[in-house]
Design a protein around this ligand. Structure first.
Ligand code: HEM
Length: 234
C-alpha cells in the first residue's frame, strides 16, 4: 500500500513524529491555560477539573488517545535516531555537530527520557495521588454545602498542598524546564518535518521554538513558585 510505504519511509516517519509532537505540544498549551485558572481561585479551578472528569468515557478516551500519541512519538523518534546513526556511520560527531545541531537537538534522547520520568512522577502525584494519599481525601467543602448530597475533589487544595513542599516545587520547576528545553528543539524540527526545510527559514523557526518554550516555562512554573512563595494559599 503506498500510504503504508510512505509512513515507513524516513520522510513519512518524520512527518508522524512531527504530527504527534504537535499534538503533545497542543496538550501542554491547553494544560497550561487550564492550570493558570488557579489564579482565579478554588471555585474556578475545581469547576474546571469537575468538567474534565464529568464523563468517564470522555476522560478515558482522552487518556488512551494521549497515551497512544505519546507512544507513537517515542517509538518513531527512537526509530529515526537508530536510522540516523546507521546513516552517519563512522563520521566523527564534531563534524556532524558542525552541520548546525544545537545543545537541545543533541540532548533530545536524554531530555526525552528525563521528561518521561517527570511525567510519570507527575501522574503519580496529581492523578493517581499515591505520592501523598491524603490528596484523595480532599473534598470541596463549599461545593458540598451548596450542592447537598454531592461532592467533588478539591483540586485547588491538592495543588496548594503539593507545592507547599519545597523539594516538590524544585522538582517541578526543573522538570518543566526540561520539558521546555526539549520542546524548543521539537518545535523547530516540526517545521522541517512538515517540509519547511529551506535554510532561509531556520532563524525564524529557532526564534519561534525558543519563544514558545519560554512562554510555556513561565506559564507552567509560575504555579508551583506562586504557591511556595505564599501568593496562592488555602
Ligand atoms: C507546574 C506545572 C504543572 C501543573 C501545576 C500541573 C497540574 C496538574 C493537575 C492539577 C493535574 C490533575 C488534574 C485533575 O485531577 O483534575 C494534572 C494532570 C496531568 N498533567 Fe499536569 N501539571 C503541570 C505540568 C504538566 C506537564 C509539563 C505535563 C506534560 C508534558 C503534564 C501532563 C499531565 C497529564 C497527562 C495529566 C493527566 C490528565 C488526566 O488524565 O487526568 N502536566 N496536572
Amino acid at each position: 500500500m503506498p500510504l503504508l510505504k510512505f509512513l515507513r519511509s524516513t520522510v513519512g516517519l518524520k512527518f508522524i513524529v512531527g504530527l504527534t509532537g504537535a499534538a503533545l505540544f497542543a496538550f501542554v498549551i491547553i494544560h497550561m491555560v487550564g492550570n493558570l485558572q488557579i489564579f482565579l481561585g478554588p471555585e474556578a479551578l475545581n469547576t474546571y477539573a469537575q468538567f474534565l472528569h464529568a464523563s468517564p468515557e470522555v476522560i478515558w478516551g482522552f487518556r488512551l488517545g494521549l497515551g497512544a500519541v505519546a507512544i507513537v512519538h517515542i517509538v518513531g523518534t527512537i526509530t529515526l535516531t537508530i536510522r540516523n546513526r546507521a546513516a552517519r556511520g563512522s563520521e566523527p560527531y564534531a563534524e556532524y555537530a558542525a552541520y548546525g545541531s544545537t545543545v537541545a537537538s543533541r540532548t533530545m534522547a536524554v531530555t526525552g527520557i528525563i521528561v518521561a520520568a517527570f511525567i510519570v512522577f507527575h501522574l503519580l502525584h496529581f492523578t493517581v495521588q499515591s505520592v501523598d494519599p491524603s490528596f484523595l481525601e480532599l473534598k470541596d467543602a463549599e461545593y458540598a454545602q451548596t450542592h447537598p448530597g454531592f461532592e467533588r475533589h478539591d483540586v485547588f487544595a491538592m495543588v496548594v498542598k503539593g507545592f507547599s513542599v519545597p523539594w516538590v516545587t524544585l522538582l517541578y520547576v526543573v522538570g518543566v524546564g526540561l520539558v521546555c528545553f526539549h520542546l524548543s528543539h521539537g518545535i523547530e524540527s516540526f517545521f522541517r518535518s512538515i517540509g519547511l526545510t529551506n535554510p532561509a527559514y531556520r532563524g525564524v523557526q529557532e526564534i519561534f521554538g525558543t519563544a514558545f518554550a519560554i512562554i510555556i516555562f513561565v506559564g507552567m512554573s509560575i504555579v508551583p513558585i506562586s504557591v511556595l512563595a505564599g501568593f496562592i494559599h488555602l
